[in-house]
Design a protein around this ligand. Structure first.
Ligand SMILES: Nc1nc2c(ncn2[C@@H]2O[C@H](COP(=O)(O)OP(=O)(O)OP(=O)(O)O)[C@@H](O)[C@H]2O)c(=O)[nH]1
Ligand SMILES: [Mg+2]
Length: 189
């Protein structure tokens, strides 16, 4: 698949305010700062589409982006960001769970893991929650520019084993990873 057009649709605080777009949807999950929003900009080759930041906690809402007339990406706030109040965190968790459990168009979640770090406790918790609730997931190991080619191979295999799902490598610095990920997304339409 070639990405010819990518557009921002809406920022929504909850499922009820997400419009029906009648396209397969993929939601990005992962720790704050792992590179979810950067992924959207890299695959669409539009550095300004999704807001990124080197400070965690940039993405606060469910941000929907439409790719061609083919699919939708939902950029979600990252987990593990402690700087918001407990009540804000609880509210967001409720909204997120509702979105993940009830969004009819959702074909799969994509769980992002930083290539530099081991899988963290909250990554496992998120992955377990998805499995328990039968929400489909595959993994993307991002920031692969920080590690060697050998490590890319061994680390993706390790994530596949731990999460029992496909794990594909990615880096915003190297477009050679894009095609495999887009091909996998397309196979899930
Ligand atoms: N070297 C490198 N840096 C990356 C890569 N992907 C993202 N980054 C950097 O990581 C930082 C965080 O990226 P974001 O895309 O804002 O992270 P996020 O997961 O959307 O974060 P939240 O919105 O807080 O959940 C930014 O400084 C990016 O430039 C990558 O593949 N390689
Ligand atoms: Mg973000």
């Amino acid at each position: 698949m070639k990405i010819k057009q990518a557009k921002f649709i809406i920022s929504s605080p909850n499922l009820a305010l997400c419009p029906d777009l009648n396209l397969p949807e993929f939601a990005l999950l992962g720790r704050s700062n792992v590179g979810k929003s950067s992924f959207i900009n890299a695959i669409t080759r539009n550095g300004k589409l999704a807001k990124t930041s080197n400070k965690p906690g940039k993405t606060r809402l469910i941000n929907l982006f439409q790719i061609n007339e083919d699919f939708v990406i939902a950029d979600l706030p990252g987990y593990g960001y402690a700087k918001v109040s407990q009540s804000t965190q609880a509210e967001w968790q409720k909204n997120l769970e509702q979105y993940l459990l009830k969004r009819d168009a959702l074909k799969s979640t994509i769980q992002f893991i930083d290539a530099r770090h081991e899988i963290q406790k909250n990554d496992f918790q998120m992955n377990d929650w998805l499995k328990v609730n039968s929400v489909p997931v595959f993994a993307v190991m991002t920031k692969c520019d920080y590690i060697s080619r050998n490590e890319v191979f061994t680390k993706t295999k390790k994530i596949e084993k731990y999460f029992d799902c496909v794990c594909l490598p990615f880096s915003v610095k190297n477009s050679m990873y894009n095609d495999e990920i887009l091909k996998h997304i397309e196979s899930l339409f």
